[in-house]
Structure formats: structure tokens, C-alpha cells
Design a protein around this ligand. Structure first.
Ligand code: HEC
Length: 310
């Protein structure tokens, strides 16, 4: 008898109530862990927990795939009682989901993630783990009940996975083609049109912010509680209030920060990053003042933006 067989026997010997207690307890532990180790955007040590966190990205694919395979085997084997294969796969997918979420909570806390999308992904993941657990509890029930429980678990997992996919790739993933296939998607790649017809925010300012600021002020990381990936987010602002006040450069934190002495601690982007060029800074300033950005400044600013993206 292998150790795995022994574990299986132990699980098999549990009463329904005991098994329910196990699933509820294990997932309440995840809730407690997520509350104790919040996703606050700070990076921290020790290295071993940071690395264990990174394993989230690896670990999550296994239970996601197995969870999908369980109903497939149910259909192949179509028994009133769950077969040994279905049982093993289902329990394995629940344990695997739990493990992936456990690593995910560490990943968010130790590796500097924060923001609404991260929160949604995190709690969605915990829900997926709970539903995968409930689906394996349903193994003692009839065929239809088992299938229904598995379908719900797959649905919740699919939702959490989708948000996770958007975090790693970009919004709209996987339904958005690449830039070459859909050239109009990227404003920075469009030729600059004459000032009157140009929407300075979408065509000039947003691409600059996306290239230089959104890595720390976007869906994944929200430094200073400020997101800069949409106009609404800029207006909403961060811990110091709105990022800009239309028509008033002095009351515009985002302009103040990019025009400080680069040696100043508050200068943005922070020291280790490439500072904005003169034209990029001018373009942002003119836009805040509500003045059209002249074509030559817009062009130079966007060229520097494209160079920074490479
Ligand atoms: C490498 C990460 C990083 C990048 C890139 C970055 N920032 Fe920041 N930003 C921070 C951190 C950390 C804070 C919070 C500490 C502070 O207030 O200085 C912050 C805070 C801010 C704040 C204050 C927010 C508030 O309300 O408290 C503004 C405004 C800001 N950044 C603007 C920018 C702009 C504009 C860019 C792009 C040109 C940029 N940042 C790029 C890390 C970054």
C-alpha cells in the first residue's frame, strides 16, 4: 500500500459531516490567510515565501486542467456511483486548487500586488477552491448532482482564471488580437493627426502614462493608491487626492511629481526608471491646462514613448 492509498483510505473513511468540516476548515484557513497577509502592493521578504508565491503561476494550471477533466470522465464512465478515477481526479483537483490559491495569497502579499482586479482574482480564487472542495463532497451523490457541482466549480474557476489572465496579459485577454493584427488598438502607433482633430488624452497623454507610469499605477500595482490607466482613475486620484486639476498645474500632483528635481524623493517616475522627456512633460502639462498639444511636441513625445515600450 502506497502512502497515497493510505490517504485515500483515510478520506474514504470520513463521514459526510467530517468531510464537510475538512473542506470548510481548509477554505476558512485561506480566508484567514488572505486577511492576515493583505495584497497591499508592498514587496517584502523572506525570499523563500516570495519564491513560493511565484509558484502560483505554475501551480494553478494543474488543478484547472484536472477540474475540467472530471466531468469528462463522469461521462465516459457514467455510473450511478462515482468511480475510483473520478474520485481521485476530483479530490486531486480540489487539493490542487487549494494549493494554488495558498501560493497565490503569498504571491500577492510578498511580491507587491494590489488593486481591485487583484482583490477580485484573490477572492474568486478562494471561492473556486471552496467550490472545488464542495464538488468532491458531492462524490457521494448521484450522477446529476455530481455533474452540477462540477459545472459550478468550473464556472467559478473560469471566472477567477479570466481575471488572472487579464492581470498577467492585459484587459480583454484572451479575446484581443495582437497589435499587428489589430493596429488601431494602440493609440501610440497611430500617426499623429492634426491638433484640432486629435483627442489629446487618448492619443498622446494616455500612451505616455501607459509606458511610464501604469506599471506601478495600474490594475496590478497601485502605488500611492493611485491608478493612472484611465481618465476616471486620474480624476479619482490617490491618497493625495485627484492626480490633476484641469486648468491648474499647481494643483496637479501628477504634473508636480514629473517636474520636481529628479534627485527629489518624490520625483516620478522613481529614480530607477527613465525620466520623462521634455516633450512628454510638456504634452502632459498642456493637456492639463486644456490647451491643444502642438503636432511637433505630440510627435516627439510619442516617439519617446514608443522607444520606452521596446
Ligand atoms: C517604479 C514604480 C513607479 C512608477 C513607474 C511610477 N510611480 Fe508614481 N508612485 C510610486 C510610489 C511607490 C508612490 C507612493 C510613494 C510616494 O507618494 O512617493 C507613487 C506615488 C505617486 C503619486 C502620488 C499619489 C498620491 O495621491 O499619493 C503621483 C501623482 C505619482 N506617483 C505619479 C506618477 C507618474 C506621473 C508616473 C509616470 C511618469 C509615475 N508615478 C510612475 C511608484 C511609481
Amino acid at each position: 500500500m502506497t502512502p497515497l492509498h493510505r490517504i485515500e483510505e483515510r478520506l474514504h473513511a470520513l463521514t459526510f459531516r467530517q468531510a464537510l468540516g475538512l473542506v470548510v476548515g481548509a477554505n476558512l484557513f485561506l480566508v484567514a490567510l488572505a486577511l492576515a497577509l493583505p495584497a497591499d502592493g508592498e514587496m517584502r521578504g523572506p525570499a523563500v515565501l516570495s519564491i513560493l508565491g511565484n509558484f502560483h503561476i505554475l501551480a494553478l494550471h494543474i488543478p484547472a486542467a484536472v477540474l475540467l477533466v472530471v466531468p469528462l470522465f463522469e461521462f465516459f464512465e457514467r455510473h450511478e456511483h462515482a468511480t475510483a478515477t473520478v474520485r481521485r481526479l476530483s479530490v486531486f483537483s480540489a487539493a490542487g486548487t487549494w494549493t494554488a490559491v495558498f501560493c497565490g495569497i503569498l504571491h500577492a502579499h510578498y511580491n507587491g500586488f494590489a488593486g481591485d482586479a487583484v482583490q477580485l482574482h484573490l477572492w474568486g480564487g478562494i471561492a473556486a477552491s471552496a467550490f472545488a472542495g464542495l464538488a468532491s463532497l458531492a462524490l457521494s451523490k448521484e450522477f446529476r448532482v455530481r455533474l452540477a457541482a462540477q459545472a459550478v466549480a468550473i464556472g467559478v474557476m473560469g471566472f477567477a482564471a479570466h481575471i488572472g489572465g487579464e492581470l498577467v496579459h492585459e484587459e480583454g485577454f484572451p479575446f484581443k488580437p495582437n497589435k499587428v493584427a489589430a493596429p488601431k488598438q494602440d493609440p501610440a502607433d497611430r500617426t499623429v493627426t492634426i491638433s484640432q482633430k486629435r483627442d489629446d488624452y487618448t492619443q498622446v497623454v494616455r500612451p505616455i502614462l501607459e509606458a511610464h507610469c501604469v506599471s506601478c499605477h495600474g490594475a496590478k500595482k497601485v502605488k500611492g493608491k493611485l491608478r493612472m490607466d484611465s481618465l476616471e482613475a486620474l480624476k479619482k486620484g490617490g491618497s493625495d487626492g485627484p492626480a490633476f486639476t484641469a486648468g491648474d498645474l499647481k494643483k496637479s500632483g501628477m504634473f508636480a511629481r514629473i517636474t520636481l528635481d529628479p534627485k527629489d524623493d518624490d520625483f516620478m517616475p522613481p529614480k530607477e526608471e527613465k525620466p520623462l522627456t521634455k516633450e512628454q512633460t510638456q504634452a502632459i502639462g498642456l493637456w492639463i491646462e486644456g490647451k491643444p498639444i502642438p503636432d511637433d511636441i505630440a510627435k516627439a513625445a510619442l516617439e519617446a514613448t514608443k522607444a520606452a515600450k521596446k
